[in-house]
Design a protein around this ligand. Sequence first.
Ligand SMILES: [Zn+2]
Ligand SMILES: [Zn+2]
Length: 335
Amino acid sequence: MGQESSSAAPTGRQAPASGPVRFKDRASRQMSGPAVVPPYPSRVDLHTHSRRSDGVLEPSDLVAAAAAAGVRVLGLADHDTLAGVRELYAPGMPDLPLDLVPAVEINSVAPGIESLWEGELHVVGLGVDPSDDAFEAALELQRRSRSIRFGMIVARLRELGLPIDAGVGSLALAPGSSLGRPQIARLLVQAGHALSVDAAMEGLLARGQPAYVRRQGLGPRDAIAAIRAAGGLPVLAHFADAPTRRDLIADLIAAGLGGLEVHYRHFDAATVTEMAALAAVLRLVPTGGSDYHGDGESYAAAHAALFVPDEDAVALFAALGRAAPTPSTARAAAR
Ligand SMILES: [Zn+2]
Ligand SMILES: [Zn+2]
C-alpha cells in the first residue's frame, strides 16, 4: 500500500474513506463504487492471458471459452510473447471461431515516474504483427529478463525456507512462453506455502516484501515505440489514475500512445465514465477487456462482469487500418 498517487479523485462522486480506490494489484483491483451493468453480453474482449504467459488456459481453450461466451473479437495479450497467437495461426490449425487480435502486454518499468503501482506502466500492443522479427527480438529480451527475475525469486524463496523447485521443474512450458509472478504464486499454493494466489501476490511477492525482486526491461516510451514499429496500437492498460495524471498521459501520447483501456473489467461504473471522457478528449482509442488469467474463475464468470462495447472494436480496427471487421464483427457492430 501507499505506492499510489494521493491526488484527489477528480469526480464529484464520494470517495471511500480510505481515499480514491485505484487499480493497484490483483487483490485490490475491485473498485469501490457501483459496478458496470452490461447492457448486452460483450462481443469484444481485448485483454486476455493464456498459459503462454501467466494465464492458466491453453490458447486454443481460451479461444473456445471466449467464443462460447459470445465473444467475437478477442485480444490475446500475453506478457512479452506472441507464442500463443502464432500457434493459433499456425498452418493446420482449425479456423478460429472469432476474430483474433494479435497482442502483447508489456509491463514497462518506469523508475523515473513517481507514484506508480510497483513502478510500472502496463502497455498493451493491439494488432502487432506476429511475424515482425525486430519486435520478436525485443520480446525475447523481455522474456530473458523475466526468466532471470523468476530464478532470483525462486532462489530467494529457497533461502526463506519456502522452496518451490519441484514445481518449477514440472512447469513444462511451451517454447516462447514467458514467466511471471503469478506462476510462482501458484507454485507456492501447490507447495502449501501460501493460501491463495492473491495472498502470495499481495504478501511475499509484492514490492517491499521478502521475496520481491525488481523487474528489468523496457521503459514505457520504448515499449510504445516497439509496438508502433510492429504495426500495433499502444494502449495504456488499467491505469485508473489517468484522469489525475494528465501531464504523464500527454508525455506518453507524445511518445506514440494511441489508446486507453476504458472498459476494464475491474473498473467501477464511475471510473469507466471518467476514463471514457478522458479518451474522447485526448482522442485516444477506447479499448477494454477482462484481463482474464483464470485463477479461481472460469472465462464465463469473468465475461459476465465485462462490458466492452462493439464500438471499441470498430474504433480499434479503424485505428489499425484493418479492413472492415469480419462479417460476424460487422453484424455485432451494426446492432
Ligand atoms: Zn497489466
Ligand atoms: Zn493483463
